[in-house]
Design a protein around this ligand. Structure first.
Ligand code: SF4
Length: 163
């Protein structure tokens, strides 16, 4: 049985669940944990005006916190490497289906962006690389391709470097 929750948290949960389902992402099957995180996100939305990650200390200045607005910049890399995001709100398909357990997720903040900076010359030397979904043509600029194409749901390995 789900413990009592605010209406805002329940509405946010429904929205994120729908968005996850339609874009190839998975919410943690632990509903209590997910609803706890919804309450944290709602609290941060009221406090700061944006949904700062509930497991991190936000500065309260949007520009400084851009990387930790949920879903944070680190979600996909953590899902791929550890099977869950830092908070555990999002999990990989294998974890969602109970085929694997998520590993503890170390804080990636402050390291990933540096790594991306270091990798720039390898990609193009001109900034963020652009990836193209070979199935539907969707384009996105990010350090690595998304786990699933948000349009056609093709897996990461169906992306090619476009620019
Ligand atoms: S760690 Fe998870 S819950 Fe926290 S901001 Fe990133 S995606 Fe959202």
């Amino acid at each position: 049985m789900v413990s009592e929750r605010s209406q805002e948290a329940l509405e946010l949960y429904e929205r994120l669940r729908r968005e996850a389902e339609s874009s190839g992402y998975y919410l943690n099957p632990d509903l209590e944990l997910v609803l706890d995180l919804m309450e944290g996100l709602v609290t941060n939305l009221k406090r700061y005006g944006y949904m700062a990650c509930p497991c991190r200390l936000a500065s309260g200045v949007r520009e400084k916190d851009l990387d930790i607005i949920c879903p944070c910049d680190y979600r996909d890399a953590d899902l791929e490497e550890y099977g869950a995001c830092y908070c555990g709100l999002y999990v990989s398909e294998e974890v969602a289906q109970g085929r694997k357990k998520a590993s503890p997720v170390p804080e990636r903040r402050g390291t990933v962006l540096l790594k991306a900076e270091e990798e720039k010359p390898v990609f193009s030397g001109k900034g963020m690389p652009v990836w193209r979904c070979k199935v539907c043509g969707y384009l996105c600029a990010r350090p690595s391709p998304p786990l699933k194409c948000p349009i056609c749901k093709a897996d990461k390995d169906r992306f090619e470097r476009f620019a």
